[in-house]
Design a protein around this ligand. Sequence first.
Ligand code: EPZ
Length: 432
Amino acid sequence: MEHYMVKGGTPLSGEVEIAGAKNAALPIIAASIMTNETVLIENVPDVSDIRTLLNAIRSIGAHVEKVDRHSYRINGSPINRAAPVDNEYVRKIRGSYYLIGSLLGKYKTASVALPGGCNIGLRPIDQHIKGFKALGADIRLRPPGLVDARAENLSGAHIYMDVVSVGATINIMMAAAMADGLTIIENAAKEPHVVDLASFLNSMGASIKGAGTDVIRIRGVKRLHGTEYSIIPDQIEAGTFMFAAAATRGDVVIRNVIPKHLESISAKLLEVGCQIEESDDAVRVVATRRLGNTNVKTLPYPGFPTDMQPQITILLGLSNGTSIVTESIFENRFKYVDELTKMGAHITVEGNTAIIEGVSGYTAANLSSPDLRAGAALVIAAMAAEGFSEIYDIHYIERGYEDFPEKLRKLGALIDKVDTEDDKRRFIFRAG
Ligand code: EPZ
């Protein structure tokens, strides 16, 4: 079975280029079919969740042309509006639910398989449904797990979100973009990818104001037109490399980032004793000694992201003193701690809180990725540990990190994707 093999103990050093943001690309691809004209999207990350969504829109008739590794020309005019979006892959990715908002917005009808995604908690979609209903849609759940959304007409509404939800904010924004009149979303999510989708829709002729604040105003338009758009850099991929630099006591320049999106991450790294240097589109992280402790609570943007929670826990597990990490977004996001315990970490999880007694080093181990971000975090732990570790279930990591082992290797990490015993022997021989 394909997995990663890592020989830890080498500080990362050099420069790494960050890809486009997966969580912006997913809704932008979904929204690209809301016009009959052609849309060119650039800086699309080459990761499996994106390929799955592109196949999903192809499966209902959209024309998708790959221009180069990171650019696609998409034309949604041939879409068969009656076709349900459903196959075993669509059900695996969370982003497929964005097709409810985009198809409902454009065609006033959508039938989409219920979303899957990483198993990090209950992940209900009640806020999405509440928003669609407020716009006038009738929503039914139909076996085998399809969401049917239908409306004679969508009309703008004043919607107050009970929880801050990235997915619901995005989905409602798409449906409202082509509704009659004004929609106001209150208590909206403010994540960079929410703003990126609004900018993309506006470049197609939508009228969306306030994205990035907690009140978004959407004045519906009759039609959207083609556009050319480049996706923002991936905040979470960048943050992951920042923590990889810190945990291996390295010196890494992370390029093609928007430093503003990384403020909560940089602040925590500074707090524990890293040096951070920012320029217009890069951030350098230097760690020369064992780092200190801190407490952190995950929060919606601009708070510390839940998608960085495993990475900071892994760093704090190696830091001096006791740290507390509180997960306030998803209730099931500490599953990786059992794996980390195998490496000698001292972490106790009580409900949504991890109490971490820092140890001076991790020991190598065989590990299994429980989800995307935890998988990447376990690779960081393996790079910080002395000796050979093996990380399984890497399909999770490949959902959201482009060329993860290749980028790490360029920074000096000893990591390879291996399959057979021969591959493993070769890696051990090379890594010494
Ligand atoms: C998005 O998930 C991201 N996924 C997640 O990234 C990320 O962890 C999350 O936002 C939080 O930032 C994508 O963008 C595809 P939410 P989403 O709706 O939209 C509750 C990754 O690793 N909630 O903001 O599903 C929910 O249970 C992934 O890239 C409701 O109660 O997250 C959670 O507690 C993992 N009802 C909170 O809101 C709803 O209808 C935030 O969830 C919707 C959400």
